[in-house]
Design a protein around this ligand. Structure first.
Ligand SMILES: [Zn+2]
Length: 201
């Protein structure tokens, strides 16, 4: 049943967010209530706008507010022949901070985790395969940059298997990123090295 008291409801809703427990949500709510009400209206407005306008790029599944693809897909300075497959938007952003990769991406929005019931259909794998079968995209190299975790490796293996038929060279990022580590927490140098030292699959 929905909590009737709006303050309690707000606390409950905030505590659903990752990293925010009950104590933090109480602190946030009290802070909001002690600040100018205007800032709460602004926050509510921004939330509504984000909910209404942000969607997945129809090509790479990155989040965007643009109708005709995200800023990377629609950029004229990116090399569309090199496609880097990442598990998450955070990983895409981590690679972007190295400013060395000039290709384009495909965001899976997760890794395969059969134990948790996450299969290929739950990720953006079907759209990736459709994208590769579209000759107009003319991809000449695929870099599998899923994290070096058990799930990330299994996802890379699965993808390599599925993509074999396309005859496009596939490489995997080198393990400069610590095994079991997270791409988004790797330092910039490690990450750009692991992209440079990628090896054929
Ligand atoms: Zn895109």
């Amino acid at each position: 049943m929905q909590q009737q008291d709006p303050v309690k409801r707000l606390m409950e809703q905030l505590s659903q967010l990752p990293g925010i427990g009950e104590r933090t949500s109480l602190r946030l709510v009290l802070h909001m209530l002690s600040s100018a009400r205007e800032s709460m209206y602004t926050l509510a407005q921004t939330l509504t706008e984000v909910a209404d306008r942000v969607k997945e790029c129809m090509t790479c599944a990155m989040l965007t507010t643009e109708e005709n693809g995200c800023s990377i897909c629609s950029s004229l300075s990116r090399d569309r022949t090199i496609l880097c497959v990442v598990a998450s938007i955070q990983d895409l952003m981590a690679i972007e901070t190295t400013a060395e990769f000039r290709g384009v991406y495909h965001v899976l929005h997760g890794t395969l985790a059969p134990m948790d019931g996450i299969g290929p259909q739950d990720l953006r794998i079907p759209s990736l395969l459709t994208r590769l079968s579209n000759k107009a995209e003319a991809v000449r190299e695929i870099i599998l940059a899923t994290p070096p975790t058990v799930e990330g490796e299994a996802t890379a293996l699965y993808l390599a298997e599925q993509m074999k038929g396309f005859g496009i060279p596939i490489s995997r990022i080198a393990s400069g990123v610590p095994v079991g580590g997270d791409l988004q927490y790797a330092d910039r140098l490690t990450l750009s090295r692991s992209m440079q030292l990628r090896r054929g699959f």
